[in-house]
Design a protein around this ligand. Structure first.
Ligand SMILES: Nc1ncnc2c1ncn2[C@@H]1O[C@H](COP(=O)(O)OP(=O)(O)O)[C@@H](O)[C@H]1O
Ligand SMILES: [Mg+2]
Length: 263
């Protein structure tokens, strides 16, 4: 579904002094991996490790400094915007803060149906999507601020699913939610991935949530992938010292996992 090879992305920081050089930040260095259709691919790493940069590149919202990205066998990293139409519906993103991505002046029905344009059957589609994400039909007439954080994330998911994407990118999509709601939204994501046969790329600094929804995990540190494999293998028998450190530094991981398993 997605293949990235030797991906690099560096940024020029703004000058810290008038005469000094502009320091370069290597947000991604030599990142390569393949994501198969239907895979639930997790990306974990501390803040600043390059996760969001990678997500933006996969969605073609940003361009790599070097390296390549192919989507269903087509190179996308060098395509001009006018030729990215297919990708804009095929790949959808859900972010951490739905308030920042949902227009507060729009009703939920318009937020969800906006990606559908003037297509007929929009009303039914909105009703179907609200049902799929566990919101009542009358939610369609309301505005984002009338919902809780978890419900807003449901609205974001409904909107993301509207154009029938094949890939869902989630960047810290549950990180702002409290534990109980987080569990509900994680379970909803898992359910939607299965129901709509999505390929999932799920990014989080939280190892516990990644284990809950992903089958594969890539561990990032300072712009590089230091370990990649099936979640159970990586978590139960980490090979890289940094992965071991991350797991050790997450003393709440075992507790969180135990808590998440409670029904
Ligand atoms: N637009 C940008 N301009 C300059 N530096 C950036 C920009 N975006 C990200 N960075 C830097 O790239 C690194 C990786 O950031 P990011 O991808 O947001 O990491 P993460 O999502 O893992 O927290 C950080 O050092 C960050 O400061
Ligand atoms: Mg980020």
């Amino acid at each position: 579904m997605i293949s990235v090879s030797e991906l690099e992305r560096s940024y020029r920081r703004s000058r810290t002094s008038l005469t000094g050089p502009r320091p370069e930040v290597h947000a991604l260095r030599g990142v390569s991996f393949d994501i198969e259709r239907g895979q639930r691919f997790g990306i974990v790493g501390e803040s600043g490790s390059g996760k969001s940069t990678l997500v933006r590149l996969l969605a073609a919202l940003d361009r790599p400094t070097s390296g390549s990205i192919t989507f269903q066998g087509r190179r996308i990293d060098d395509l001009p915007e006018r030729r990215l139409g297919f990708l804009r519906s095929q790949v959808q993103i859900v972010f951490q803060d739905p308030m920042g991505s949902l227009d507060p002046r729009m009703r939920v029905r318009d937020i969800i149906s906006e990606p559908l344009g003037r297509r007929p059957g929009r009303r039914e589609r909105v009703r179907e999507l609200l049902d799929a994400v566990g919101l009542p039909a009358d939610a369609s007439e309301r505005y984002p601020h009338q919902f809780s954080g978890g419900q807003r994330q449901r609205i974001s998911l409904a909107r993301a699913l509207a154009p029938r994407p094949s890939v869902l990118l989630a960047d810290e999509a549950v990180s702002a939610l409290d534990v109980l709601v987080r569990k509900q939204i994680l379970d909803l994501i898992a359910e939607l991935v299965e129901r709509y046969e999505l390929t999932l790329v799920f990014v989080s600094h939280d190892l516990g949530v990644v284990r809950r929804v992903c089958d594969t995990v890539a561990v990032m540190r300072a712009g590089e992938i230091v370990e990649l494999g099936p979640v159970d293998e990586v978590y139960d028998d980490p090979k890289h010292p940094y992965t071991r450190e991350l797991i050790a530094a997450a003393p709440n991981l075992a507790a969180a996992l135990a808590g998440l398993e409670e029904e």
